[in-house]
Design a protein around this ligand. Structure first.
Ligand SMILES: [Zn+2]
Length: 213
């Protein structure tokens, strides 16, 4: 685990086939952000143990969106730890198979990779949601309809709302063809870029610190 700021770590077992996972510990609750695909579960649990924690210390699992490379292991984590899972309501509807995933490019990938199971007892978020003191979920739709970013003090964990650039800024997520609504994704990216935060933690690629140039 790589310490990014007090109470926030990047998990180092993320792979190019999975996503970046992050851990937040506010001293009362322990949050795992985007646990990733099934094969990322054991390496993340090993990292937690190596840091002196138990995987059973998890109290909450925060999902930026429903794509399986971010969310697939969430149902199993929930089953084993009873942690509360948080996901945007519009993405939860897709995992409930009440809405069809879009666009066609994602549907093609889903035909290969399948859809994650909706974890039991998932809290389906609508609008800005305070999850804990200093930790707020902010809607950032476009990549998926129910995409969220999580703001932890001066850090934004942005999932696939954008990718980071070497100068600490945000650029379009690629492949762009995955976006359910590309114009809305652009608006969400601009809104995130204007937040008064110091660090962006993306779902893929490097963390960006805009105080270091
Ligand atoms: Zn995605």
């Amino acid at each position: 685990m790589l310490l990014l700021r007090s109470g926030l770590w990047a998990m180092e077992s993320s792979s190019s086939w999975g996503c970046n996972s992050y851990l937040i510990d506010d001293g009362r609750r322990v949050f795992l952000v985007d646990p990733g695909p099934s094969f990322q579960m054991d390496p993340v649990a090993r990292e937690l143990r190596a840091s002196g924690r138990s995987p059973y210390d998890l109290t909450d699992i925060l999902l930026t969106h429903y794509d399986q490379d971010h969310s697939r292991s969430a149902a199993e984590w929930r089953h084993r730890t009873q942690a509360t899972v948080w996901l945007g309501a519009d993405d939860a509807e897709i995992l409930r198979t009440r809405k069809v995933p879009g666009p066609w490019f994602r549907r093609c990938m889903m035909a290969l990779l399948g859809l994650a199971n909706l974890p039991q007892g998932t809290v389906a978020m609508r609008g800005e949601t305070v999850i804990a003191p200093g930790l707020t979920a902010v809607p950032s739709p476009g990549h998926t309809p129910g995409h969220y970013a999580f703001i932890w003090h001066d850090v934004a964990l942005i999932g696939d709302a954008a990718r980071t650039s070497p100068d600490g800024g945000l650029v379009r997520f690629k492949p762009r063809g995955l976006a359910t609504d590309p114009a809305l994704a652009d608006r969400s990216r601009h809104a995130l870029a204007n937040l008064p935060v110091r660090v962006f933690c993306p779902g893929h690629g490097p963390v960006a610190d805009r105080t270091k140039e």
